[in-house]
Design a protein around this ligand. Structure first.
Ligand code: 1VU
Length: 169
């Protein structure tokens, strides 16, 4: 059974490109975010997940979305802003969140050319982000990100430097 599940697992990174199957996955991810991030307005989640300047890395088992991370790459500034991150309730704390973040780092570095991530982490998710290499200190020069990401007082701004060489996956 375990092998079957492992074989069925895939990680994809995509945005709203009009392909039916991608749309179904993005809607599934939007529903996970809406449930797991109850403080976020649902309309705001839909808008960003469906926005073509955002991308989503998703973990898919069978053909069902288990979780994902939606981010906006600022290619000229070489950093990405993570907007939402969640795993469906009954699959949390099984390592999917970690694997997802590793796929995100690999894709962001190798496809988008990014060097850093910034995110406003929920208080209760700070521990998870620290384990993924994020810090509360922001080392990135302010002129690279100021004005790109908006101030938001519902969370803690955190940063992660993407290793230039490490194989993440
Ligand atoms: O490696 P270890 O076993 O030592 O640690 C695990 C796990 O125990 C730990 N961890 C956490 N630590 C503190 N607080 C937490 N809330 C928390 N969650 C997990 O981190 C290590 C990795 O665990 P994992 O890879 O098994 O993590 P999950 O698959 O459970 O994914 C983590 C998240 C946070 C995504 C998942 O638990 C989740 O969806 N939680 C509810 C929604 C949420 O809080 N999302 C993040 C909000 S912040 C945001 O979206 C804006 C960016």
């Amino acid at each position: 059974k375990r092998e079957e599940e492992a074989g069925n697992l895939k990680f994809v990174c995509l945005s709203n490109d009009g392909i039916d199957e991608h749309m179904v996955w993005l809607i599934g991810l939007k529903n996970i975010f809406a449930r797991q991030l109850p403080n976020m307005p649902k309309e705001y989640i839909v808008r960003l997940v469906m926005d073509r300047s955002h991308k989503s890395v998703m973990v898919i088992r069978g053909n069902v979305v288990v979780g994902g991370i939606t981010y906006r790459p600022y290619v000229s500034q070489k950093f990405g802003e993570i907007a939402f991150c969640a795993i469906t309730a009954d699959e949390q704390v099984k390592g999917y969140g970690t694997r997802l973040m590793n796929h995100l780092k690999q894709h962001a570095r190798d496809v988008d050319g990014l060097t850093h991530f910034l995110t406003y982490a929920d208080n209760n998710a700070v521990g998870y982000f620290i384990k993924q290499g994020f810090t509360k200190e922001i080392y990135l020069e302010k002129d690279r990100w100021q004005g790109y990401i908006k101030d938001y007082d519902g969370g803690i701004l955190m940063e992660c430097k993407i290793d230039p060489k490490l194989p993440y996956t």
